[in-house]
Design a protein around this ligand. Structure first.
Ligand SMILES: CC(C)(COP(=O)(O)OP(=O)(O)OC[C@H]1O[C@@H](n2cnc3c(N)ncnc32)[C@H](O)[C@@H]1OP(=O)(O)O)[C@@H](O)C(=O)NCCC(=O)NCCS
Length: 233
């Protein structure tokens, strides 16, 4: 069992929030005792899909499943990605349309689904975009435009020799025109320029369109986890 207090989440949601990584042999009552002693309001509980402890978790009515989290991975070794025309880099503050596009990438997220957190969901995704553009959470943000409208965007960060996509969305009137595919091509071009050969992106199994999009692109699932919210108050 790994228990960690999450300072950023606690301050943003104004609740005392922990993360807990549960494994097969963990004693849930003992963890509950620790969390109550710490005066926790909420714990995000992460369980590998194959773990049998999810059966025990099912007995606790205040531990609710909010996400079947999929990590997709692609090996870029030996592949070639050219820079994509009409994709540009941005780092300026976003306008309201750009913020709405960022919010559209999170509609399946556990923060949108949990009724005790969803009043802050839009603000969370707006902040995620702002902090990606100012380079706190991302290294690069690429966009496509039609006239003045941002039609699609992607945020990317290189960490531990892996290129990670943070946010990606295409404006609903511009979907199905390969904008998303082109953004990933551009991200992969930039990764390879930096000698990064592994690309990863996380999504929710419930986001069927995103899963089809990543799988069609050539990503494969490398990790599956269940994420629960354990509310104490
Ligand atoms: C996922 C998303 C970014 C895809 O963007 P897009 O610009 O429409 O995607 P593309 O046109 O580049 O599609 C490339 C391929 O993905 C697959 N795909 C895209 N949309 C699909 C859909 N609605 N259903 C099934 N497959 C789809 C197709 O195989 C498509 O190839 P094809 O055009 O040859 O059939 C877009 O649907 C979106 O913004 N969704 C909402 C935000 C979101 O969920 N973001 C992901 C968060 S993890």
């Amino acid at each position: 069992m790994e228990l960690k207090m999450l300072d950023w989440d606690s301050s943003f949601f104004e609740k005392k929030i922990f993360s807990v990584q549960l494994n097969n042999d963990d004693d849930i009552d003992e963890i509950e005792f620790h969390l109550q002693k710490e005066n926790a309001d909420l714990a995000y509980v992460f369980i590998p899909l194959s773990s049998s402890i999810s059966k025990k978790v099912a007995d606790y009515s205040n531990i609710v499943l909010y996400d079947h989290k999929l990590t997709y991975k692609m090996n870029l070794s030996g592949k070639d990605f050219q820079a994509v025309e009409n994709v540009e880099e941005v780092d300026a503050s976003p306008n309201d349309d750009f913020i709405s596009l960022a919010i559209s990438s999170g509609t399946h997220s556990r923060f949108a689904l949990d009724p005790s957190l969803n009043h802050k969901f839009e603000e969370l995704y707006a902040l995620w975009l702002i902090n990606s553009l100012n380079k706190k959470l991302a290294d690069k943000v690429f966009i496509t435009k039609h006239k003045d409208l941002i039609t699609s965007f992607i945020t990317c960060k290189i960490k531990n020799e892996v290129g990670n996509i943070g946010l990606i969305a295409t404006h609903e009137n511009h979907r199905g025109k390969s904008l998303g595919r082109n953004l990933i091509n551009q991200a992969h071009h930039w990764y390879l320029q930096n000698n990064i050969k592994v690309s990863e992106v996380v999504t929710q199994k419930a986001n069927k369109i995103a899963c089809a999009f990543y799988e069609n692109y050539g990503f494969q699932i490398s990790k599956e986890e269940l994420v629960y919210h354990w509310h104490f108050k």
